[in-house]
Design a protein around this ligand. Sequence first.
Ligand code: NDP
Ligand code: X2W
Length: 371
Amino acid sequence: MQSRSPHVISFQHEDTGPMVERVRVAILGASGYTGAELVRLLSRHPRVTLAALTANRKAGQALAQVFPHLGGLDLPVLSSVEAVDWAGIDFVFCALPHGTTQALLRDLLDGPHGGRLRIADLSADFRLRDPEVYAQWYGHAHQAVDLQKEAVYGLTERNRTALKTARLVAVPGCYPTSAQLPLSPLLAAGLIETDPLIIDAKSGASGAGREAREGSLHCEVSEGVHAYGIGGTHRHTPEIEQELSLAAGRPVRVTFTPHLMPMNRGILSTIYVRLTEGTTVDALRDHLAATYAGEPFVRVVSASEAVHTRHVRGSNHVLIGVHADRSPGRAILVCAEDNLVKGASGQAIQDMNVMLGFEETLGLGQAPLFP
Ligand SMILES: NC(=O)C1=CN([C@@H]2O[C@H](COP(=O)(O)OP(=O)(O)OC[C@H]3O[C@@H](n4cnc5c(N)ncnc54)[C@H](OP(=O)(O)O)[C@@H]3O)[C@@H](O)[C@H]2O)C=CC1
Ligand SMILES: CC(=O)N[C@@H](CCC(=O)OP(=O)(O)O)C(=O)O
């Protein structure tokens, strides 16, 4: 167990008694945006103890020094990954930059504690199932091909059964989550054509992480919008195509264009589809509503309700709207999520809850933050 930071205010979890067994969790990359979001959400999780938090350059600091908004929590001091006492850890959230994760998790799972640990990885390292496709998009050979094949893709609503027994879960990318939740059920049911599928997605700047980069500067992001990764060059394109092809049962190609928006959080994906012969827009909405009827986090709204990033901000909720186009045979789907919650840390916790047999909504009960 790591030492605890000074000047903390301890608090009692509200909804659990002292006899409830807790899993001891390590968050690798706790000084990043998704790591901080994991801490914020897990600090209210009744079945979790935050036993280790890691950082790279910020190792040795208290998390409150790095993120003052988390200053009221009793937390371990940030350590290096190498300093974690794995004997005291049951579950790992890995929120490290993609590329840095695969060798680290391979060595961890091959090591003395590997048989016991279960892992949710938020990076892109284990999402692509084919090592050749991975090498093509990420520019190097995968360093843990066996684990890449073993990893379960963690879009919770679609892969619950496999998640229950998974040792390693690849938490989906933020844009791919907002594309798949509306599209996968419609493709699986044959209600829309596999071509064209046009995904016009807009993200807040926190999607780029906390590391200082020229493109994340205030002057570069504020008061303007730009498209990037145009023409299928964004690395989320193969992830989206891989999963939509599985849903459709045949190869799917998408036109996916991300945009950087002058906002901190949120993704809005506007998706243009063509209906299959004999399908109506109402049938699309009815099918999505039926698919997600029992889901705690996905809500299909009526045509008159706005789908707005503000209505999901800070929560694990996803909103989906279904609209008719003025051209017959076409429809427009709109999907809003918080990129740091359902697009990353919230979905990772939802996956952990399923993996460990907990109530799926534990730690994720927050209503969205508005305005
Ligand atoms: N931001 C988002 O919306 C989403 C992010 N993701 C993915 O989640 C992962 C984390 O993203 P995010 O939180 O945004 O990233 P950040 O850049 O905000 O944080 C990265 C974290 O990793 C640590 N770190 C960096 N390099 C190393 C290293 N070589 N060894 C050990 N630790 C290191 C950093 O420590 P220090 O601060 O000390 O340098 C920091 O804690 C990434 O793979 C990202 O692609 C997934 C979905 C959405
Ligand atoms: C706004 C922004 O820069 N978004 C990131 C994607 C978010 C993310 O972190 O995705 P991964 O989990 O796949 O790394 C990007 O376009 O690369």
